[in-house]
Design a protein around this ligand. Structure first.
Ligand code: DP6
Length: 334
């Protein structure tokens, strides 16, 4: 039987950067994000004799996956089995699966597909075993995390907090702070350049602790996480803006001062950030910026500010612009 699931990327207000265990993707600190309404990634999964991983592009053409890319799916599957063993559900998943990944994420917008992909595979595995064990969303989130840390958050709709707990395989998962109807926020994604990033997040996490700013970052994280949760629950945009921008620039400071240095932001990023700050103060707009491991600026705003931000984004020559709002968690495609 083929199971079809889909999931979407998320954008973090409080960033996940640094693991206490790289293989198990156990974060050092908590993080917090908003799941986006689009673009979505669909997974078709079925039991198979061997692991087969295929990726089909939007135009219907098959994309060649590298061995490293395929290995990531295999690793998640093997770790999912290991985790299920700790729940007493060891032989519930088949010995191998065939996966077809279809991503609607346009290339060059700097939106990583991994969070959506591994949340969708986790949902598919949960669906495959539901006659034997009904997993909770927290348990689905653990399985998503085993493929990509930030995928733990894409299991949930709306706002999700990814909480670092202990050192065991099941010791970190996300939980929902508020659903997608709580606060209508929009993400206008402005991507200045199409360039493949040199060091991906998975490898980048391992460098975090080499930065002299790392221990101070870890010290500040619980306070920021709490402020961010409060801001969301109170729908206090100004508070959300302050803590999000503070955390984003702090993560990039850690990245830039790590050994080797990771420089993800470019001149265009800084220009857009400055212009958003100017626009915000000149027009009193509820708008904030945040960047992940790339030069793409996520300009997040309320309904009231949306038109002005859209107009600004449309004026950005040479940039790819993409728009999403707050969205749904990983689910079955009926
Ligand atoms: C900077 O380990 O989840 O986006 O390697 O793409 O799976 P992948 O990324 P992941 O790290 C995400 C890091 C981040 C911040 C965040 O999303 O919290």
């Amino acid at each position: 039987m083929t199971i079809i699931t889909h999931a979407r990327p998320n954008i973090a207000f409080i960033k996940y950067w640094g693991n206490r265990n790289e293989e198990l993707r156990l974060p050092v600190a908590d993080s917090l994000s908003m799941t986006l309404s689009n673009p979505s990634v669909t997974i078709e999964a079925e039991a198979s004799d061997t692991m087969i991983i295929r990726s089909i592009e939007m135009n219907g053409e098959e994309k060649n996956l590298s061995d490293a890319q395929k290995k990531r799916f295999v690793d998640q599957f093997v770790l999912a089995k290991e985790y299920l063993r700790t729940l007493g559900a060891e032989d519930t998943l088949p010995s191998a699966v065939s996966l077809i990944v279809r991503s609607e994420i346009p290339s060059g917008i700097g939106l990583a597909s991994s969070a959506a992909v591994f949340a969708a595979t986790a949902k598919a595995y949960a669906e495959m075993i539901k006659q034997s064990i009904a997993l909770t969303k927290a348990q689905e989130s653990v399985i998503a995390r085993l493929g990509s840390g930030s995928a733990a958050r894409s299991i949930f709709s709306g706002f999700a907090s990814f909480v670092a707990r202990g050192d065991g395989i099941g010791d970190a998962w996300a939980e929902q702070i508020a659903d997608e109807n709580h606060w209508q926020l929009h993400d206008i994604v402005i991507a200045p350049e199409v360039e493949h990033k040199k060091v991906g997040s998975t490898e980048g996490h391992a460098l975090a602790s080499t930065s002299p700013h790392w221990s101070e970052r870890v010290r500040q994280m619980p306070r920021r996480q709490k402020e961010c949760i409060d801001a969301i629950l109170q729908k206090d945009f100004e508070k959300l803006q302050h803590v999000t921008e503070e955390d984003c620039m702090d993560m990039h400071n850690v990245m830039m001062t790590s050994t080797p240095s990771l420089q993800y932001l470019n001149k265009e990023t800084y220009r857009i950030v400055k212009e958003i700050e100017n626009l915000r103060s000149a027009e009193h707009l509820e708008v904030l910026y945040t960047m992940d491991a790339g030069p793409t600026v996520h300009v997040i705003c309320t309904e009231d500010a949306l038109e002005k931000i859209r107009e600004y984004a449309a004026r950005q020559q040479g940039c790819t612009v993409f728009e999403a709002k707050i969205g749904a968690g990983a689910d079955l495609v009926e």
